[in-house]
Design a protein around this ligand. Structure first.
Ligand code: ADP
Ligand code: MG
Length: 237
């Protein structure tokens, strides 16, 4: 409608895709479960950020997404909250491996995502584990053995643990590639492709990137199915 058009214009949101739903311009309009709305309220957030407003309704339709937005725009909760809701719908057995997988370029970023996931899923009994290099594998493997719903991982370490056959990705049905452009810049493309080969094709895939060069467009074309593309601000190629 007109109000969502003016919201998009005001926040420099552009979308590409079929029948893209209107943005959620307030938390009340999201229909999120009460325990999630409570955490958002406790965090002191007054409204969704533009990337959240436009990607949440698309993600809740279980559609693939490419989101192009700069750092600091609230992408983490943009994919985590629909991930929590996806988890509730799946009701998989955490002992058999994660349902939600987030790939992130660095240990620092993976840790920040993990902290945000734990904070906002406190009341939802979701088990979230972080896997990254430069640290012993033992504690990470023990966390996996206890059962996991969400794994946040750097591609290198996850691929090592996959090769050791200490994790199964057969239950993953919600895959996030965060900071895809940086992961490719760091040379993680072969690991990403090996990881994705272990995930069943019937999945939802969400890709977040700050820039949109041809390498990122190529991997998006290979890994996503009929994605809705959401841009915030001008596209920096
Ligand atoms: P990005 O991944 O796009 O760089 P983050 O997800 O790290 O951004 O979010 C940046 C900061 O904004 C974080 O501190 C996060 O908690 C906060 N944030 C997320 N969503 C909102 C919101 N709706 N309102 C206010 N702050 C938010
Ligand atoms: Mg981020």
């Amino acid at each position: 409608g007109l109000s969502s058009e003016s919201y998009c214009r005001q926040h420099e949101i552009t979308v590409n895709g079929d029948d893209v739903p209107s943005p959620f311009t307030s938390f009340e309009s999201t229909g999120f479960p009460a325990e999630i709305l409570r955490e958002v309220h406790n965090a002191g957030f007054s409204a969704p950020t533009p990337i959240q407003a436009q990607t949440w309704p698309v993600a809740l339709q279980s559609r693939d997404i490419v989101a192009i937005a700069k750092t600091g725009s609230g992408k983490t909760l943009g994919y985590l909250i629909p991930g929590f809701i996806h988890l509730k719908r799946c009701r998989n057995n955490p002992q058999l491996g994660p349902t939600v997988l987030v790939l992130s370029p660095t240990r620092e970023l993976a840790t920040q995502i993990q902290v945000e996931a734990v904070k906002f899923s406190k009341s939802s009994r979701i088990a979230c584990t972080c896997l990254y290099g430069g640290a012993p594998k033992g504690p990470q493997l023990r966390d996996l053995e206890r059962g996991v719903d969400i794994v946040v991982a750097t591609p290198g370490r996850l691929n090592d643990i996959l090769e050791m056959r200490k994790i199964s990705l057969r239950q993953v049905s919600y895959l996030v590639l965060d900071e895809a452009d940086r992961m490719l810049d760091m040379g993680f493309e072969p690991q990403i492709r090996k990881i994705v080969q272990e995930i069943p094709p019937r999945r939802q895939t969400l890709m977040y990137t700050a820039t949109w060069p041809k390498e990122v467009r190529k991997i998006a074309a290979d890994l996503l199915v009929n994605p809705v593309q959401v841009n915030i601000g001008s596209i920096d190629e």
